[in-house]
Ligand binder design. Sequence first.
Ligand SMILES: Nc1ncnc2c1ncn2[C@@H]1O[C@H](COP(=O)(O)OP(=O)(O)OP(=O)(O)O)[C@@H](O)[C@H]1O
Ligand SMILES: [Mg+2]
Length: 240
Amino acid sequence: MMRSGDTGRKDGWKRILAAEKLTKYYFLGAEKISVLKDISLTIYAGEFIVISGSSGSGKTTLLSVLSGLDRPSSGRISLAGRDITDLTEDQLAPVRNNLTGFVFQAFHLIPSLNSLENVMFPAELKKDPQARDKAMVLLDRVGLGQRSRNFPEQLSGGEQQRVAICRALVNDPAIVFADEPTGNLDSENSESIIRLLLDLHADRNMTLVMATHNRSLAGRADRIIHLHDGRAEERSPVRL
Ligand SMILES: Nc1ncnc2c1ncn2[C@@H]1O[C@H](COP(=O)(O)OP(=O)(O)OP(=O)(O)O)[C@@H](O)[C@H]1O
Ligand SMILES: [Mg+2]
């Protein structure tokens, strides 16, 4: 299903994310490295988008910029109809906590909190009275119901990653950004994480933007945004 452009799209597809002429460059000494060059894209609520591209093509950079974790060098981004480009960090924090979830390669669990407390944390920031119940349901779904009292150092790498994924989902985000979410997991655990993300995508109309090299997963996407030489091109998924 193609839904490009702002006009002529089907009614009922709300724009959740729009990026306009994004660039991102770094300086290494005097050398300017352009990672993203003039990228414009629109993502509609409820879509499953895969970001593809070879290692170093800018997938992590693009996810970081789109999600408001990092800032573009130029260009504009709006999230759920709000231009977030010029928001201060203090203004951005509640937008991120209420609307978005991040599943990144580095999981950054809080070492002094156990699994359950780590997952509850974003919901407690919002004073959600159901924080504990929601966290427990998610931990159960990823097979960690028996590990809720373990601290991060008492968990394997894959278990820590699953806790981080639960934490990203506890506030029922409208849009989730996932960077190789199954990178450190064996095939059984990868499958349970993917199933969780795709179930939430289907059941709650959660928008999912995922960088992955996994071709069978890419085949399940609504659209693929392929990065090459700093530019984005849209590809149709090849169903395997
Ligand atoms: N802070 C930085 N300073 C300089 N260059 C950077 C910085 N961060 C990323 N880069 C460069 O930007 C390019 C894109 O990096 P990025 O991590 O986005 O790639 P990627 O597509 O996610 O790769 P992978 O598939 O290996 O995860 C790389 O060439 C990287 O070396
Ligand atoms: Mg990456």
